[in-house]
Design a protein around this ligand. Sequence first.
Ligand code: SF4
Length: 353
Amino acid sequence: MTDRGPGGGDAPAGRVGGSVVDVAAVAARLRADCGRCAGLCCVAPGFTRSADFPVSKPPGVACGHLTGGFTCGVHDELRPRGFHGCVVFDCHGAGQQVTEVTFAGGDWRADPATATRMFDVFAVMRTLHESLRHLAEALTLLDAAVDASPVADGKLLAALRAEWAAALAFTEADADTLLAVDLSAHRRAVHTVLSRASARLRAHPPGLPAAGGDGGRGAAGGRGPGPGSGRGGPRARGGGPAGRPAPAGVLAADLVGARLAGADLRGADLAGRLLLGADLRRADLRAADLRGADLRGAELGGADLRGALFVTQPQLDSARGDTATILPAALVRPAHWPAQVPPSTGRRRARRR
Ligand code: SF4
Protein backbone atom coordinates (compact mmCIF):
# COMPACT_ATOMS: atom_id res chain seq x y z
CA MET A 1 0.00 0.00 0.00
CA THR A 2 1.01 3.60 -0.28
CA ASP A 3 0.58 6.64 1.90
CA ARG A 4 -2.55 8.71 2.10
CA GLY A 5 -1.14 11.75 0.40
CA PRO A 6 -2.51 13.08 -2.82
CA GLY A 7 -1.98 10.47 -5.46
CA GLY A 8 -2.45 10.07 -9.14
CA GLY A 9 -5.28 8.12 -10.60
CA ASP A 10 -7.82 10.88 -10.93
CA ALA A 11 -7.60 11.22 -14.66
CA PRO A 12 -10.97 10.96 -16.38
CA ALA A 13 -11.90 7.52 -17.61
CA GLY A 14 -11.45 7.15 -21.30
CA ARG A 15 -14.02 5.67 -23.66
CA VAL A 16 -13.96 1.96 -24.26
CA GLY A 17 -12.19 2.19 -27.50
CA GLY A 18 -8.89 1.66 -29.10
CA SER A 19 -7.05 4.86 -29.68
CA VAL A 20 -3.86 5.53 -27.82
CA VAL A 21 -5.51 8.64 -26.36
CA ASP A 22 -8.14 6.51 -24.63
CA VAL A 23 -5.54 4.10 -23.33
CA ALA A 24 -3.40 6.89 -21.92
CA ALA A 25 -6.37 8.45 -20.14
CA VAL A 26 -7.38 5.21 -18.45
CA ALA A 27 -3.80 4.16 -17.71
CA ALA A 28 -3.48 7.23 -15.48
CA ARG A 29 -6.07 5.82 -13.10
CA LEU A 30 -4.28 2.49 -12.74
CA ARG A 31 -2.25 3.86 -9.85
CA ALA A 32 -3.14 3.42 -6.22
CA ASP A 33 -4.72 6.47 -4.61
CA CYS A 34 -4.98 5.47 -0.97
CA GLY A 35 -6.72 8.65 0.08
CA ARG A 36 -9.78 7.54 -1.92
CA CYS A 37 -9.83 3.96 -0.64
CA ALA A 38 -11.24 2.19 2.40
CA GLY A 39 -7.88 0.57 3.16
CA LEU A 40 -8.83 -2.59 1.27
CA CYS A 41 -5.35 -4.06 1.01
CA CYS A 42 -5.00 -3.76 4.79
CA VAL A 43 -7.99 -5.99 5.43
CA ALA A 44 -8.98 -8.12 2.42
CA PRO A 45 -5.88 -10.30 1.92
CA GLY A 46 -4.44 -12.52 4.61
CA PHE A 47 -0.74 -12.82 5.24
CA THR A 48 1.53 -15.19 7.08
CA ARG A 49 4.44 -14.37 9.32
CA SER A 50 7.46 -14.68 7.08
CA ALA A 51 10.29 -12.68 5.57
CA ASP A 52 7.61 -10.38 4.15
CA PHE A 53 5.47 -9.91 7.26
CA PRO A 54 6.36 -9.85 10.97
CA VAL A 55 2.90 -11.12 11.95
CA SER A 56 0.10 -13.25 10.52
CA LYS A 57 -3.51 -12.29 9.90
CA PRO A 58 -6.41 -14.08 8.19
CA PRO A 59 -8.20 -12.69 5.12
CA GLY A 60 -10.97 -10.23 5.96
CA VAL A 61 -9.46 -9.16 9.28
CA ALA A 62 -8.06 -5.66 9.47
CA CYS A 63 -4.35 -5.25 10.08
CA GLY A 64 -3.71 -4.03 13.61
CA HIS A 65 -2.00 -0.95 12.25
CA LEU A 66 -4.95 0.23 10.15
CA THR A 67 -6.33 3.42 11.70
CA GLY A 68 -9.92 4.55 11.98
CA GLY A 69 -9.38 6.84 9.01
CA PHE A 70 -8.15 3.97 6.82
CA THR A 71 -4.54 5.09 7.04
CA CYS A 72 -1.56 2.93 7.93
CA GLY A 73 -0.32 3.78 11.42
CA VAL A 74 3.21 2.59 10.66
CA HIS A 75 3.46 3.64 7.03
CA ASP A 76 6.79 5.40 7.48
CA GLU A 77 8.28 2.42 9.28
CA LEU A 78 7.05 -0.47 7.16
CA ARG A 79 10.45 -1.60 5.97
CA PRO A 80 12.29 -1.46 9.33
CA ARG A 81 9.35 -3.19 10.99
CA GLY A 82 9.54 -6.03 8.48
CA PHE A 83 6.38 -5.31 6.46
CA HIS A 84 8.21 -5.81 3.17
CA GLY A 85 5.10 -7.38 1.64
CA CYS A 86 3.21 -4.11 2.16
CA VAL A 87 6.02 -2.03 0.70
CA VAL A 88 5.96 -3.89 -2.60
CA PHE A 89 2.20 -4.37 -2.85
CA ASP A 90 0.45 -2.59 -5.70
CA CYS A 91 -3.32 -2.67 -6.18
CA HIS A 92 -2.94 -0.95 -9.56
CA GLY A 93 -5.70 1.49 -8.56
CA ALA A 94 -8.22 -1.25 -7.77
CA GLY A 95 -8.69 0.03 -4.21
CA GLN A 96 -10.18 3.38 -5.07
CA GLN A 97 -12.15 1.94 -7.99
CA VAL A 98 -13.91 -0.57 -5.72
CA THR A 99 -14.46 1.98 -2.95
CA GLU A 100 -15.63 4.91 -5.02
CA VAL A 101 -17.17 3.32 -8.09
CA THR A 102 -18.34 -0.22 -7.41
CA PHE A 103 -19.52 0.53 -3.86
CA ALA A 104 -20.23 4.23 -4.44
CA GLY A 105 -18.19 5.43 -1.49
CA GLY A 106 -19.39 2.80 0.97
CA ASP A 107 -17.02 0.97 3.24
CA TRP A 108 -16.80 -2.33 5.05
CA ARG A 109 -16.73 -0.75 8.52
CA ALA A 110 -19.84 1.35 8.08
CA ASP A 111 -21.68 -1.53 6.42
CA PRO A 112 -20.21 -4.84 7.63
CA ALA A 113 -22.81 -6.78 5.63
CA THR A 114 -21.04 -5.72 2.43
CA ALA A 115 -17.54 -6.50 3.67
CA THR A 116 -17.10 -9.95 2.16
CA ARG A 117 -18.47 -8.87 -1.20
CA MET A 118 -16.27 -5.80 -1.17
CA PHE A 119 -13.15 -7.87 -0.46
CA ASP A 120 -14.02 -10.43 -3.13
CA VAL A 121 -14.64 -7.69 -5.68
CA PHE A 122 -11.30 -6.11 -4.76
CA ALA A 123 -9.47 -9.30 -5.71
CA VAL A 124 -11.23 -9.40 -9.09
CA MET A 125 -10.67 -5.70 -9.69
CA ARG A 126 -6.98 -5.98 -8.92
CA THR A 127 -6.56 -8.67 -11.56
CA LEU A 128 -8.46 -6.60 -14.11
CA HIS A 129 -6.45 -3.48 -13.35
CA GLU A 130 -3.17 -5.36 -13.60
CA SER A 131 -4.26 -6.67 -16.99
CA LEU A 132 -5.22 -3.18 -18.10
CA ARG A 133 -1.86 -1.86 -17.04
CA HIS A 134 0.04 -4.39 -19.12
CA LEU A 135 -2.36 -4.06 -22.05
CA ALA A 136 -1.91 -0.28 -21.93
CA GLU A 137 1.85 -0.67 -22.15
CA ALA A 138 1.63 -3.07 -25.09
CA LEU A 139 -0.91 -0.91 -26.91
CA THR A 140 1.09 2.26 -26.35
CA LEU A 141 4.31 0.72 -27.63
CA LEU A 142 2.72 -0.99 -30.61
CA ASP A 143 0.51 1.96 -31.47
CA ALA A 144 3.55 4.22 -31.46
CA ALA A 145 5.28 1.83 -33.83
CA VAL A 146 2.28 1.30 -36.06
CA ASP A 147 4.07 2.66 -39.11
CA ALA A 148 7.35 1.01 -38.30
CA SER A 149 7.18 -2.38 -39.96
CA PRO A 150 7.91 -5.11 -38.88
CA VAL A 151 6.71 -4.11 -35.42
CA ALA A 152 3.28 -3.16 -36.67
CA ASP A 153 0.68 -5.91 -36.67
CA GLY A 154 -2.89 -4.85 -37.24
CA LYS A 155 -4.40 -8.14 -36.08
CA LEU A 156 -2.41 -8.10 -32.87
CA LEU A 157 -3.41 -4.50 -32.16
CA ALA A 158 -7.05 -5.41 -32.71
CA ALA A 159 -6.76 -8.37 -30.33
CA LEU A 160 -5.11 -6.21 -27.68
CA ARG A 161 -7.80 -3.57 -28.04
CA ALA A 162 -10.53 -6.18 -27.71
CA GLU A 163 -9.08 -7.48 -24.42
CA TRP A 164 -8.59 -3.92 -23.24
CA ALA A 165 -12.21 -3.00 -23.95
CA ALA A 166 -13.54 -6.16 -22.28
CA ALA A 167 -11.46 -5.67 -19.13
CA LEU A 168 -12.29 -1.98 -18.93
CA ALA A 169 -16.01 -2.68 -19.25
CA PHE A 170 -15.82 -5.15 -16.37
CA THR A 171 -14.10 -2.61 -14.11
CA GLU A 172 -17.06 -0.29 -14.51
CA ALA A 173 -19.69 -2.99 -13.90
CA ASP A 174 -21.60 -3.69 -10.69
CA ALA A 175 -20.46 -6.04 -7.95
CA ASP A 176 -22.54 -9.01 -9.14
CA THR A 177 -21.11 -8.76 -12.64
CA LEU A 178 -17.57 -8.48 -11.29
CA LEU A 179 -18.01 -11.50 -9.04
CA ALA A 180 -19.20 -13.53 -12.03
CA VAL A 181 -16.09 -12.76 -14.11
CA ASP A 182 -14.30 -15.93 -15.21
CA LEU A 183 -10.85 -14.85 -14.09
CA SER A 184 -9.15 -17.97 -15.42
CA ALA A 185 -10.49 -17.34 -18.91
CA HIS A 186 -9.63 -13.65 -18.61
CA ARG A 187 -6.06 -14.41 -17.57
CA ARG A 188 -5.62 -16.92 -20.39
CA ALA A 189 -6.90 -14.50 -23.01
CA VAL A 190 -4.78 -11.61 -21.76
CA HIS A 191 -1.71 -13.81 -21.42
CA THR A 192 -2.11 -14.94 -25.03
CA VAL A 193 -2.25 -11.46 -26.52
CA LEU A 194 0.46 -10.08 -24.23
CA SER A 195 2.74 -12.97 -25.16
CA ARG A 196 2.23 -12.17 -28.84
CA ALA A 197 2.93 -8.50 -28.18
CA SER A 198 5.97 -9.40 -26.12
CA ALA A 199 7.43 -11.55 -28.89
CA ARG A 200 7.10 -8.70 -31.36
CA LEU A 201 8.41 -6.02 -29.03
CA ARG A 202 11.34 -8.15 -27.88
CA ALA A 203 12.35 -8.92 -31.43
CA HIS A 204 11.97 -5.31 -32.54
CA PRO A 205 12.21 -3.15 -29.43
CA PRO A 206 11.09 0.41 -30.20
CA GLY A 207 13.98 2.80 -29.87
CA LEU A 208 16.52 0.07 -29.16
CA PRO A 209 18.70 -2.16 -31.31
CA ALA A 210 17.05 -5.46 -32.18
CA ALA A 211 17.87 -8.38 -29.93
CA GLY A 212 21.04 -10.08 -31.07
CA GLY A 213 22.46 -6.87 -32.48
CA ASP A 214 25.45 -5.35 -30.87
CA GLY A 215 24.14 -1.84 -30.79
CA GLY A 216 27.69 -0.60 -30.68
CA ARG A 217 28.28 -1.57 -27.09
CA GLY A 218 29.51 -5.12 -26.97
CA ALA A 219 28.00 -7.51 -24.49
CA ALA A 220 29.06 -9.22 -21.36
CA GLY A 221 27.85 -12.44 -22.89
CA GLY A 222 26.81 -14.17 -19.71
CA ARG A 223 30.12 -13.85 -17.92
CA GLY A 224 30.02 -13.60 -14.23
CA PRO A 225 32.24 -11.25 -12.26
CA GLY A 226 35.78 -11.59 -13.35
CA PRO A 227 38.43 -10.08 -15.55
CA GLY A 228 36.89 -8.46 -18.54
CA SER A 229 33.36 -8.69 -17.25
CA GLY A 230 33.21 -5.06 -16.32
CA ARG A 231 33.18 -5.69 -12.60
CA GLY A 232 33.76 -2.78 -10.37
CA GLY A 233 31.57 -0.19 -11.99
CA PRO A 234 29.20 0.42 -14.81
CA ARG A 235 29.95 -2.36 -17.20
CA ALA A 236 32.62 -2.05 -19.81
CA ARG A 237 31.01 -1.14 -23.08
CA GLY A 238 32.28 -1.42 -26.57
CA GLY A 239 35.13 -3.55 -27.82
CA GLY A 240 33.46 -6.85 -26.93
CA PRO A 241 31.90 -9.42 -29.20
CA ALA A 242 28.46 -8.96 -30.67
CA GLY A 243 25.60 -9.75 -28.31
CA ARG A 244 25.87 -13.31 -27.10
CA PRO A 245 22.62 -14.56 -25.61
CA ALA A 246 22.59 -16.35 -22.32
CA PRO A 247 22.95 -20.11 -22.83
CA ALA A 248 19.61 -21.77 -23.49
CA GLY A 249 20.06 -23.94 -20.43
CA VAL A 250 20.29 -20.89 -18.22
CA LEU A 251 16.89 -19.60 -19.20
CA ALA A 252 15.32 -23.05 -19.00
CA ALA A 253 16.50 -23.62 -15.46
CA ASP A 254 15.25 -22.53 -12.08
CA LEU A 255 16.45 -18.95 -11.77
CA VAL A 256 16.13 -18.57 -8.00
CA GLY A 257 19.53 -17.31 -6.92
CA ALA A 258 20.82 -17.69 -10.49
CA ARG A 259 24.27 -16.30 -11.26
CA LEU A 260 23.58 -14.03 -14.19
CA ALA A 261 25.92 -11.14 -13.45
CA GLY A 262 26.83 -9.44 -16.70
CA ALA A 263 24.60 -11.75 -18.74
CA ASP A 264 23.27 -10.65 -22.09
CA LEU A 265 19.54 -11.01 -21.54
CA ARG A 266 18.43 -8.59 -24.21
CA GLY A 267 14.96 -9.49 -25.40
CA ALA A 268 14.78 -12.50 -23.08
CA ASP A 269 11.38 -13.84 -22.14
CA LEU A 270 11.48 -13.82 -18.35
CA ALA A 271 7.74 -13.45 -17.85
CA GLY A 272 6.58 -15.15 -14.69
CA ARG A 273 10.07 -16.41 -13.84
CA LEU A 274 11.26 -16.78 -10.28
CA LEU A 275 14.35 -14.62 -10.03
CA LEU A 276 14.40 -14.37 -6.24
CA GLY A 277 17.86 -13.41 -5.09
CA ALA A 278 19.27 -13.78 -8.61
CA ASP A 279 22.54 -12.00 -9.28
CA LEU A 280 21.72 -9.76 -12.22
CA ARG A 281 24.38 -7.15 -11.57
CA ARG A 282 25.36 -5.44 -14.81
CA ALA A 283 23.06 -7.76 -16.76
CA ASP A 284 21.73 -6.40 -20.03
CA LEU A 285 17.97 -6.67 -19.66
CA ARG A 286 17.05 -4.25 -22.40
CA ALA A 287 13.71 -5.17 -23.95
CA ALA A 288 13.46 -8.27 -21.75
CA ASP A 289 9.93 -9.27 -20.77
CA LEU A 290 9.70 -9.18 -16.97
CA ARG A 291 5.92 -9.47 -16.70
CA GLY A 292 5.11 -10.96 -13.33
CA ALA A 293 8.72 -12.01 -12.70
CA ASP A 294 9.54 -12.34 -9.02
CA LEU A 295 12.51 -10.06 -8.46
CA ARG A 296 12.50 -10.10 -4.67
CA GLY A 297 16.04 -9.72 -3.46
CA ALA A 298 17.42 -9.83 -7.01
CA GLU A 299 20.59 -7.80 -7.41
CA LEU A 300 20.23 -5.26 -10.18
CA GLY A 301 23.26 -3.08 -9.47
CA GLY A 302 24.48 -1.69 -12.78
CA ALA A 303 21.87 -3.64 -14.77
CA ASP A 304 20.40 -2.05 -17.87
CA LEU A 305 16.61 -2.24 -17.99
CA ARG A 306 15.95 0.27 -20.73
CA GLY A 307 12.92 -0.81 -22.69
CA ALA A 308 12.31 -3.79 -20.39
CA LEU A 309 8.68 -4.80 -20.82
CA PHE A 310 5.88 -4.90 -18.26
CA VAL A 311 8.09 -3.99 -15.29
CA THR A 312 6.18 -2.51 -12.35
CA GLN A 313 7.40 -0.24 -9.61
CA PRO A 314 6.77 -2.86 -6.89
CA GLN A 315 9.01 -5.29 -8.78
CA LEU A 316 11.81 -2.73 -8.67
CA ASP A 317 11.06 -1.92 -5.05
CA SER A 318 11.48 -5.57 -4.13
CA ALA A 319 14.90 -5.83 -5.83
CA ARG A 320 18.26 -4.31 -4.97
CA GLY A 321 19.87 -1.91 -7.38
CA ASP A 322 22.12 1.11 -7.23
CA THR A 323 22.75 4.41 -8.96
CA ALA A 324 24.29 2.59 -11.92
CA THR A 325 21.08 0.66 -12.61
CA ILE A 326 19.42 2.02 -15.74
CA LEU A 327 15.66 1.99 -15.28
CA PRO A 328 12.81 1.62 -17.75
CA ALA A 329 11.12 4.90 -18.60
CA ALA A 330 8.34 5.98 -16.23
CA LEU A 331 9.71 4.04 -13.25
CA VAL A 332 11.61 5.67 -10.43
CA ARG A 333 14.65 4.59 -8.49
CA PRO A 334 13.57 3.10 -5.15
CA ALA A 335 14.63 5.36 -2.31
CA HIS A 336 16.09 2.47 -0.32
CA TRP A 337 18.57 1.44 -3.02
CA PRO A 338 22.13 2.20 -1.96
CA ALA A 339 24.29 4.53 -3.95
CA GLN A 340 26.37 1.56 -5.04
CA VAL A 341 26.47 -2.14 -4.24
CA PRO A 342 29.40 -2.53 -1.83
CA PRO A 343 32.32 -4.20 -3.65
CA SER A 344 32.80 -6.57 -0.72
CA THR A 345 29.36 -8.07 -1.42
CA GLY A 346 30.47 -9.22 -4.84
CA ARG A 347 33.74 -10.64 -3.55
CA ARG A 348 32.05 -12.63 -0.80
CA ARG A 349 29.55 -14.08 -3.25
CA ALA A 350 32.28 -14.96 -5.74
CA ARG A 351 34.17 -16.91 -3.08
CA ARG A 352 31.09 -18.93 -2.16
CA ARG A 353 30.50 -20.09 -5.73
S1 SF4 B 1 -5.98 -1.10 -1.76
FE1 SF4 B 1 -4.72 0.22 -3.05
S2 SF4 B 1 -5.59 2.28 -2.87
FE2 SF4 B 1 -6.37 1.02 -1.15
S3 SF4 B 1 -5.00 1.43 0.57
FE3 SF4 B 1 -4.25 -0.42 -0.49
S4 SF4 B 1 -2.72 0.33 -2.00
FE4 SF4 B 1 -3.95 2.12 -1.31
